[in-house]
Ligand binder design. Sequence first.
Ligand code: PEP
Ligand code: MN
Length: 338
Amino acid sequence: MIVVMQAGSSEEQIDAVLARLGEHQLQGHLVRGAERTVIGVVGAAIPPTLKEELEHFTGVTETLRITQPYKLVSRELRPADTVVNVRGVEVGGNRCVVIAGPCSVESEAQIMATARAVREAGANMLRGGAFKPRSSPYTFRGMGEEGLKLLAQARDETGLPIVTEVMTPNDVELVARYADLLQIGARNMQNYQLIEEAGRTGMPILLKRGLAATIEEWLLSAEYIAAQGNHNIILCERGIRTFETATRNTLDLNAVALAKRRTHLPVIVDPSHGTGKWYLVPPLALASLAAGADGIIIEVHPDPDRARSDGGQSLNHANFAALMPKLAAVAGAVGRTL
Ligand code: PEP
Ligand code: MN
């Protein structure tokens, strides 16, 4: 439910509403916008009479039900775009962000070379997996903490904030010590214990869409994180499973445009996992920005043919550098910057 306060309502009036919610064991989420201040009320046990009860409070304009099953992340509650700050890089503002780096951190030479190359080309953040969810247990599963240390070293040298995946609730504390943006992988989108634990750090979270998740399920997972009091959530469309096998996944750009309409959270796109083929990454990256994405996350490797994971969908340094001016042109065409 949304309690809409009158423009210019006083702190006492807002506090009175929050206090009444407390009497019902409900927590109010205060959203101060440029135009209006609203209080979001969520919970399993909202009494049926509460709506009418609060409408009589002084300073309250009206109370509205949130029609979507997700509440705190819904645009109904917060019409203005949320901007997530990742160590000084804003995601969700007018500027589209580019996150680039290898699928996995493999060695100091590899991560440092790619970090320098992508920064040189104009990327805003560095990606790299240290804990890798792999379909086969016999493939490279990441360097673990050693990989996190190498990412931190790359950040120290280049200044690029780092994005890396956390796979278990037990690892959240460790990964959070190094990362600037905690990635929740597609396979873990509905691992509610993991996403709540990650949410409780208060850190920015990159929530990838599950490979068979509906848009509503994806936004409900974001709601789990927001319900922990953490609104620093960036959504990432990374392709879904369909009948099509010619590409690794089917990149769902519908989801980008629809999610932007349904939620105030920033939405970025991963065309690398979305297509699985390096030569499809540039066109789909451009299409993503044209469709309204707030940024893209791309796999880049110094020598994709020798990559220990996802080489076939990774751009080499030259191809990544060549893509950047085209991304800037598309961003400009849709009224944004890069
Ligand atoms: C990745 O980013 O390397 C990754 C494993 O992504 P996803 O969870 O989308 O498959
Ligand atoms: Mn990958």
